[in-house]
Design a protein around this ligand. Sequence first.
Ligand SMILES: C[S@@+](CC[C@H](N)C(=O)[O-])C[C@H]1O[C@@H](n2cnc3c(N)ncnc32)[C@H](O)[C@@H]1O
Length: 398
Amino acid sequence: MAMDNKERRNILVTCGPGLVEYLMGEIEQLGFPIIDSHKGGVITKGSLIDCMKLNLYLRTAYNVLFLLKEFRCGSPEALYKQVNILPWEKIIDPDNYLCVLSRVDTYSINNSMFPNLKVKDAICDRLMKKMGTRPDSGPDRHKVVVNLFWKKENAWLYLNTSGMKISDRNYRKMPHKAPLRECLAAGLLMAAGYDGSQHLVLPMCGSGTLAIEAAMIAQNRAAGLLRSNFGFMHLLSFDEDAYKQMRVDARKMSDRKGLQKKIIATDIDPAAIKAALQNAMTAGVEHLIDFGVCDFADTEVPEGDGGIVLLNPEYGERLGETEELEKLYKWIGDFFKQSCPGYSGYIFTGNMDLAKKVGLKAARRMIFFNGNIECRLLKYELYSGTRQIDKQADVEEE
Ligand SMILES: C[S@@+](CC[C@H](N)C(=O)[O-])C[C@H]1O[C@@H](n2cnc3c(N)ncnc32)[C@H](O)[C@@H]1O
């Protein structure tokens, strides 16, 4: 008999640094409790069925990890024993494929390969003994994935119900330079307060991640609908009918009509717009976005009721780029002042020296990480009257 998929346990939902606040908001909105949080994730509670829902809906998460066991662990032998006594024959099919991932911070072991091997052996030996056969194993995350966290004398073993990170939504078939991760793009839009009820202008849209995530938010479309593979599908307890129904419900909740307000996405590079359009088509949202090739300063900014304008300019890691980029950031400031009255302007950048060149005082500075680069989402209130613009034109002081 398979493991009970309605039994409630702790669930660790992981995310990138800077996204915890938004992930907590999403988890609460889905009706789950917040038990704890730290910079890499949020602990909630629910069943394996609930894990399907979290995987289907969450925008800012990496992985949804269902707790199998928490235990004291002082040695690799103890690790093997604690993992081996779990009823793996009720959890995974021995003909399946297994991937073990671990994060280890303990005295005796300084790399994760050895604990990975111990966990894999403990699972495979158990299945061999009980079922007469054992799964293949390796680094591929497309089937069963098990995560171990081992810190000092404590260990936590999780079923990774996502498999591949859910930040990979499956629409980005055409890469372009420096694309944002989907979960980060969603987090930036949430931080900017975007919910589809305001115009959204995205000059420098690159391969379109922000525009596509925005269209999905505006349509209230579950982020995981494009994914056909999750880790939970490879568990013996997988209830396929319940998941199909969950997808039907998610589709019903999504507003398939056109949007009331515009999403405008432009880039100076035709290849970027080609990639963005292709990605938007894969996501099924191309009809909701007005794409265009132009300099950012020529982007249409709808007049009247304001909105959000968000730019993710390059921030220069190569020598000799700085001078050009300094000019670009100054021009962004001019564009905000001249073309975006009544809007909230946002710049997402990893270079605060360049941000100073914008020449406007940021009303908010929110910290995010793009890979391992600490970045800021800077907010500028772009009032309609010139007097207010003059007032805030003291140079960025951070
Ligand atoms: C860091 S990338 C943006 C990546 C994007 N957020 C994504 O997820 O794909 C910066 C983009 O700005 C564009 N760009 C640079 N200078 C520009 C300009 N003057 N006007 C419009 N776009 C520009 C580049 O072509 C590039 O696609």
